[in-house]
Design a protein around this ligand. Structure first.
Ligand SMILES: Cc1cc2nc3c(=O)[nH]c(=O)nc-3n(C[C@H](O)[C@H](O)[C@H](O)COP(=O)(O)OP(=O)(O)OC[C@H]3O[C@@H](n4cnc5c(N)ncnc54)[C@H](O)[C@@H]3O)c2cc1C
Length: 427
């Protein structure tokens, strides 16, 4: 029997396994997919040798745990290219001088300011889920109507939403969007400047190195289907039929994949409800390999459902990688022809060479992208419901006490449960 079995080989599971192994505990890590890394996923696209991030890519300046793990495992940080050129597309017209026509500019700026004021109001107190916040029960869509935001501001707000929260605007709480901008002086545009670095060589590679570096035994391509807490140990049943015994278990799977496992005894009612309802993160991240575009161009607007594109860098063959974001349900057509049309709207100078993406929504081991809270869900994600239950401990970025939704949150959550387990005298 191992001291601890970690379920899920994303960054939360990696961080937990590493900390526990560093402290001398025997750890087995069980992963449903045939690869390590979870929602980090670095692999080449098209014919280029470059590693591209199909899952998450950016870290912020204050993400010290990510930085320190990168340093420990010999990986350098690559600064995000600053925005060199800004464009806006309203579905009909591409603008390079100003977000809107001159006659609409005053109303546009007033609308942006109104959102900024609400966003900065979030900074009071803990800056998180303040009780009494007037927008706490309101959806993103209803907020825009209640504020009377001009259509141009609505379009801009949704474009930025595709890289902050990303859920269906009729189902998510507007607090996520306001909170995200609040950290950046209240402006949506500035949220992009916070994405300071990525990991050169791939965030997925970092996750792999953390897991390999932990020395944990790894079982790949075998999902956990049942967890039974016997009181003095835990029995896990895998999809292959194999049984694994553990002193303690760290459940490091996304909230949206918790319902792939049967628990005996059952989870707390709030946990079970969330696992059923799921969080609302439904983004599409489209990778577009083009020629004819210089890196550093940022475009927001509407093009075949994609609402934000950034020409991120040159690839080894001299082509350019554009990263496109949209709301999943707004992009029904992901064919080459549709992406050609999308690129032509934002980058008329471009020739699309290849496109690729990973469908995180239909992938049963994520069933969503990064965490995005439905109305009323927010407090349950970081609440006491996720404290240890018997011999079962919970760790994923989705429920992290801070930096939830980010890589950093995954590490915070993984290390926190490891410390809890290490603080228990008898495994
Ligand atoms: C498209 C996209 C873009 C993103 N962009 C960024 C970004 O730029 N910056 C950033 O910081 N964050 C970003 N994120 C979020 C970030 O990737 C996640 O918050 C973080 O990686 C989650 O780590 P985790 O360990 O909590 O979960 P995961 O990485 O999802 O790991 C959980 C693991 O559990 C496994 N699993 C699930 N069910 C079972 C089962 N029954 N049995 C065994 N294993 C199971 C899964 O296969 C997975 O490997 C992005 C995410 C996506 C999808």
């Amino acid at each position: 029997m191992r001291d601890v079995v970690v379920i899920g080989a994303g960054l939360a599971g990696a961080a937990a396994a590493l900390r526990l192994s560093d402290a001398g505990r025997t750890v087995t890590l069980i992963e449903a997919r045939a690869r390590l890394g979870g929602r980090t996923y670095s692999r080449p696209m098209g014919d280029t040798p470059d590693l591209v991030e199909f899952g998450g890519s950016w870290i912020c300046d204050w993400h010290d745990r990510m930085k320190s793990h990168a340093a420990r495992f010999g990986m350098a940080l690559r600064p995000t290219l600053p925005v060199a050129e800004r464009r806006w597309h309203d579905g009909q017209e591409l603008r390079t001088d100003s977000p809107v026509a001159p006659e609409k500019l005053a109303a546009h700026l007033a609308g942006l300011k109104a959102v900024q004021e609400d966003s900065l109001a979030m900074l009071g107190g803990s800056g998180r889920w303040q009780t009494g916040n007037p927008w706490a029960a309101m959806s993103f869509a209803d907020y825009m109507v209640a504020k009377g935001l001009p259509e141009t501001v609505q379009r801009e707000f949704i474009a930025w939403w595709t890289i902050s929260g990303s859920g269906d605007i009729t189902k998510v709480n507007v607090l996520d969007a306001l909170h995200s901008a609040s950290k950046c002086g209240g402006t949506m545009e500035a949220t992009f400047e916070e994405l300071s670095h990525t990991i050169d060589g791939g965030v997925g590679t970092l996750a792999e190195r953390m897991i390999m570096g932990s020395g944990a035994e790894v079982i790949l391509g075998d999902a956990v289907v049942e967890v039974t807490d016997k009181g003095d140990h835990v029995v896990l049943r895998l999809s292959s039929g194999q049984a694994v015994l553990a002193g303690r278990v760290v459940l490091a799977v996304p909230v949206n994949a918790v319902d792939t496992i049967r628990f005996d005894p059952t989870l707390r009612p709030a946990q079970a409800r969330l696992a059923r309802e799921k969080h609302q993160g439904r983004a599409i991240k489209m990778l577009l390999q083009v020629k004819g575009v210089r890196p550093g161009v940022l475009v927001t607007g509407q093009a075949e459902g994609l609402r934000l594109m950034f020409a991120e860098r040159n690839l080894a063959d001299g082509s350019t990688l554009i990263i496109g974001f949209g709301l999943y349900d707004e992009v029904p057509d992901t064919s080459f022809a549709a992406m050609q049309r999308a690129v032509a709207q934002f980058f008329p100078e471009a020739t699309l060479l290849a496109h690729d993406w990973h469908d995180w929504i239909r992938d049963p081991w994520s069933s969503g992208t990064w965490v995005s809270h439905g109305i009323g869900q927010g407090p349950v994600f970081a609440g006491p419901e996720w404290a240890a239950k018997g011999r079962l401990h919970f760790a994923t970025s989705d429920i992290a006490s801070s930096e939830s939704g980010w890589f950093e949150g995954a590490i915070i959550a993984g290390e926190a449960v490891a410390e809890t387990i290490l603080g228990i005298n008898h495994l």
